[in-house]
Design a protein around this ligand. Structure first.
Ligand code: 48F
Length: 276
């Protein structure tokens, strides 16, 4: 026994109960959210930070254990990120140091920037389901995207004989495809003949970033597409190791989600008033 107790007294049962009840309570609350973001890379985290700060109930689904996607590494296993003006202002916002290496071209540390962006999304109130894989869409009237079918990532890695584990579903007012090059949510629509992705084009850094932000949109009723998924959806050039467009596409996507939320709240309010 230690001579003097340092930590508060608690045992295995209390620790297990704390984990189970805390996880369950959060999941129960977030079965239905205002904004469901599939993919926790730079674009998804940026969007989460902005919409959660405006009070939207925001959930990020991430198939890996860690968040951040490609934002830890700048390219070719080198952990320096490049960002072009005006996206460096986001680094100011989240408190990450950087330096200018050419006119309007900035370099920052991947781990520092990624950790700060994750923290900013969490500080704003976004919740996270990691090790959770998006599997399919939930559709409602008019083929509106209304949620996601999800499962533990590990289930897809199990041998066939023991992988018969049914998924569950979560719903949301707006779903966001932030799955990067995969454009996983759009793929699910494509499997149903509801969308046709063009596949991303060859690298052209100077063009791609403007195009990604420009094409960030509500791509299908209830579904907003951001980040590299925009390139895949619309056949835009890939951009490789530069991240400004991921941050600004996340910001633009957030504005679309917020405008949608406002418009739907207005409609609900009008309906309540009419029925009084
Ligand atoms: O790939 P990712 O970083 O996407 P992004 O936010 O940024 C792209 C850049 O990192 C870089 C680039 C431009 O500079 O070319 O690639 O558009 O993050 C996507 C996240 O989505 C997760 C994936 O693990 C990653 O963290 N993800 C992908 N598919 C699924 C998913 C899925 N089916 N279910 C859950 N998460």
């Amino acid at each position: 026994m230690p001579s003097k107790r340092l930590f508060a007294q608690s045992g295995e049962n209390e620790v297990t109960r704390a984990i189970v009840s805390s996880f369950s309570e959060e999941l129960l609350e977030y079965v239905e959210s205002d904004c469901l973001i599939v993919g926790g890379g730079p674009s998804g985290l940026m969007l989460a930070k902005v919409v959660a700060a405006q009070g939207l109930k925001t959930l990020i689904i991430e198939r890996n254990n860690y968040l951040g996607g490609g934002f830890w590494m700048g390219g070719y296993l080198m952990n320096k990120l490049t960002v072009r003006a005006p996206a460096h202002k986001v680094l100011d916002e989240i408190g990450v140091p950087y330096h200018e290496v050419g006119e309007g071209l900035y370099v920052t540390d991947g781990p520092h920037a990624c950790a700060k962006l994750i923290a900013a999304a969490c500080d704003a109130g976004a919740k996270i389901l990691n090790l959770t894989q998006f599997d399919d869409v939930v559709l409602r009237e008019g083929d509106r995207v209304a949620g996601a079918v999800i499962n533990w990532t590990a289930v897809s890695m199990l041998p066939r004989q023991i992988s018969c584990v049914d998924p569950i579903a979560v719903t949301a007012e707006t779903v966001v495809d932030a799955t990067g090059h995969d454009a996983g949510v759009l793929n699910a629509l494509e499997r149903r003949g509801l969308f046709k992705s063009k596949g991303f084009g060859a690298m052209w850094i100077d063009r791609s970033e403007d195009l990604v932000v420009e094409h960030t949109c509500e791509v299908h009723p209830g579904l907003v597409v951001i980040g590299m998924a925009v390139s895949t959806a619309f056949g835009l050039p890939r951009m490789g190791p530069t991240f400004g467009a991921m941050l600004l596409s996340g910001k633009k996507g957030a504005e679309i989600v917020l405008a949608r939320h406002k418009a739907l709240a207005g409609k609900k309010g009008a309906l309540v008033a009419k029925n009084r």
